[in-house]
Design a protein around this ligand. Structure first.
Ligand SMILES: NC(=O)c1ccc[n+]([C@@H]2O[C@H](COP(=O)([O-])OP(=O)(O)OC[C@H]3O[C@@H](n4cnc5c(N)ncnc54)[C@H](O)[C@@H]3O)[C@@H](O)[C@H]2O)c1
Length: 381
């Protein structure tokens, strides 16, 4: 028997619609004992509400006022995907209303907003709160995770990970809220892309310190979409060089980490990658080659990379044959399965072994991004 988990969605833009689509194809998953039913939708934009009205037949409430959604008795959980300046207010209100929350990253526009969301979570331990991050659900990402966790890479030499976009290479692309510090936050590309890069390393138990940040704002002004021009006052690209460390039974191990978040990485379209080198082996995955897991085992002698075509070896079993390829929307569906699984069964009895990014992981990302801004300020007079 599958039990319904009734969702309200706040913010029906790019990501809100992805959830509507994932919920609509829940039959893709093998029975999880729980399935989402979207009962309420909220957005201040009438066009976004109209899309949901047309495509989501289970709606009982459609409203521009999120407080009305939170008061609705047929909402057990909320997915909130709104601009970053609204995270603190909306996430805190959602948590206080007693609804479970999957909130979008970066989980607050800055470290202070994130801390206040953390206080609301601490005051409501009955509510499950998780942060959206889907790329670790790619089979190749899971393969890297498994390789590191198994210890077969040996002592870690270094980590390099990143998330790369390129459409902002066009200086005539009109700006939106994501390019404006007022709505997106001073973090810029770090807030937009950074948690995606950090989720797997943080889940491996790695933490970061001594960050040296290289931030660039390459296109400081763009068309505003209304015939004028407007400033883009957030960094487009960031490379963070830091010390990563892990505390294990043999004490603390430290190694270099290079983390990239870029909106202007020529030629790259939503490329998420992670590469870990160890003294006995290396492992790598990039969404650029979405089914290819690369690895090397070093036992002396030749150092030869192997390439393995992974099939549809997902955390949650699906109807898709194991020989077929996995993609972005599959990762979104898997993330949703993990959230619903954890709400329904609790961490200990989850059917899949990989849970969504936690508020503690999001808080670690804020610590690093804030240190990155301080590093940049210290270098620029
Ligand atoms: N997980 C991912 O891969 C991923 C990808 C893109 C964006 N995001 C995150 O998702 C969030 C939203 O980004 P998006 O790309 O969907 O943005 P978007 O601009 O496409 O959608 C945001 C929606 O929020 C609505 N909104 C604004 N104020 C509101 C309010 N007071 N009440 C209700 N609705 C309101 C807007 O009208 C808009 O429809 C951000 O936190 C962003 O960082 C995550």
């Amino acid at each position: 028997m599958s039990r319904p988990l009734r969702f309200g969605v706040i913010g029906l833009g790019l990501m809100g619609r992805e959830f509507a689509s994932a919920a609509a194809r829940w039959c893709h998953l093998e029975d999880l004992g729980v399935h989402p039913v979207i009962t309420a939708a909220c957005d201040t934009n009438p066009g976004a509400l109209e899309w949901f009205r047309r495509h989501v037949p289970t709606l009982r409430l459609v409203t521009p006022d999120y407080r009305e959604l939170l008061a609705h008795p047929e909402v057990d959980a909320v997915y909130c995907a709104v601009p970053h300046h609204l995270h603190e207010q909306l996430y805190c209100d959602i948590i206080r209303s007693g609804k479970h929350l999957l909130g979008e990253k970066p989980f607050g526009i800055d470290k202070e907003a994130n801390a206040r969301i953390g206080e609301a979570i601490a005051a409501h331990p009955e509510v499950l709160v998780r942060c959206s991050s889907e790329f670790p659900f790619f089979p190749g990402a899971q393969a890297v995770f498994g390789a590191v966790r198994s210890g077969r890479l040996g002592r870690i030499i270094e980590l390099e990970a990143g998330f790369l976009h390129s459409s902002d290479l066009d200086p005539d692309k009109p700006l939106n809220w994501k390019r404006m510090a007022r709505f997106n936050g001073l973090y810029g590309c770090l807030g937009d892309l950074g948690l995606h890069v950090l989720h797997l390393p943080l889940r491996l138990g790695w933490r970061f310190e001594n960050v040296h940040a290289l931030l660039s704002n390459l296109v400081p002004e763009r068309p505003d979409g209304r015939g004028g021009r407007a400033p883009c006052d957030t960094p487009d690209n960031a490379t963070l060089a830091c010390d990563a460390y892990a505390d294990g039974p043999e004490g603390r191990v430290t190694f270099p980490a290079l983390l990239h978040t870029k909106r202007i990485a020529p030629g790259e379209t939503n490329t998420w990658f992670i590469r870990v080198h160890g003294m006995r082996g290396s492992a790598e995955f990039s969404t650029k080659y979405p089914k290819t897991f690369r690895f090397m085992t070093y036992k002396g002698g030749a150092q030869v990379w192997g390439h393995q075509d992974l099939g549809f070896e997902s955390v949650y079993k699906t109807i898709t044959g194991s020989i077929f390829e996995f993609g972005f929307t599959d990762a979104v569906l898997q993330m949703w399965a993990a959230f619903c699984d954890e709400v329904a069964h609790g961490r200990e009895r989850m059917r899949g072994g990989f849970w969504c990014a936690t508020p503690e992981e999001a808080a670690e990302s804020h610590r690093l991004f804030t240190a990155a801004l301080a590093s940049q300020r210290a270098r620029t007079p």
